[in-house]
Design a protein around this ligand. Structure first.
Ligand SMILES: N[C@@H](CCC(=O)N[C@@H](CS)C(=O)NCC(=O)O)C(=O)O
Length: 220
């Protein structure tokens, strides 16, 4: 059987999210680059894979899928172990899976937007020849600080966001946090020791280390 395909390179955070899931479950996969310089992502071939002209897109036989979190869920369900209680989605555990969903929403709607805004100003704007907007950066770091305060309290009661075992909700934070930790604003995390400990546990995972290296162009 041919391996599943992920369209888009590991350097893109939304692609990296999918790759971490594939690595966690030990799936065989192929990464197919989409040439952004040639605007291939807005061409008909890629639009047929992802109608928004974005990466990732994902192919498993005749299934074509987009949206990194939906793809991640698909991957984890396809390759899940029979032990429902310990899967990364907590499928079969009504309360556990609801917590995974809740924290995936927090990640997508509250956590990532703050990091994304800083990333755009710090990395993308200068790469395009512009000057970063320090006001936007300051406001976004402040938003992040408020979100992290909630995480800090929450993690006082449990080891991971959805309980004492890692889940997709935790892993989904990895790609943007990985880039953010290399920026001068990473010190905002220093006031939150439980969040820092949680992050250290995530980055110690072999799947996360492998994808981090791919994101940084060190391998893959
Ligand atoms: N919500 C989407 C976001 C996808 C997304 O924003 N992808 C970026 C790369 S990380 C992209 O393709 N940007 C190019 C564009 O929007 O034209 C997901 O989770 O897959």
């Amino acid at each position: 059987m041919s391996p599943v395909k992920v369209f888009g390179s590991a350097a893109f955070t939304n692609v990296a999210r999918v790759l971490v899931c594939l690595e966690e479950v030990g799936a065989e996969y192929e990464v197919v680059d989409v040439d952004f310089h040639a605007v291939e992502h807005k061409g008909p071939e890629h639009l047929a894979r992802n109608p928004f002209g974005q990466v990732p897109a994902f192919q498993d036989g005749d299934l074509m899928l987009f949206q990194s979190r939906a793809i991640s869920r698909y991957v984890l369900r396809k390759y899940r172990t029979p032990d429902d209680g310990t899967t990364l989605l907590r499928d079969g555990d009504l309360q556990g899976s609801a917590l995974v969903d809740a924290w995936l929403d927090v990640e997508a709607l509250q956590y990532e937007p703050a990091l994304h805004a800083v990333f755009v100003q710090h990395r993308v704007v200068p790469a395009l020849g512009g000057t970063p907007d320090e006001k936007v950066i300051g406001e976004s770091v402040e938003k992040l600080r408020k979100v992290l305060k909630v995480y800090e309290a929450w993690l006082g009661e449990r080891r991971y966001l959805a309980g004492d075992a890692v889940s997709l909700a935790d892993l989904s934070h990895f790609p943007y946090t990985h880039y953010f930790m290399g920026m001068p604003y990473a010190a905002v995390f220093d006031a939150f020791p439980r969040v820092r400990a949680w992050w250290q546990e995530l980055v110690a995972r072999p799947a996360v280390q492998k994808v981090a290296a791919m994101m940084d162009g060190r391998s893959g």
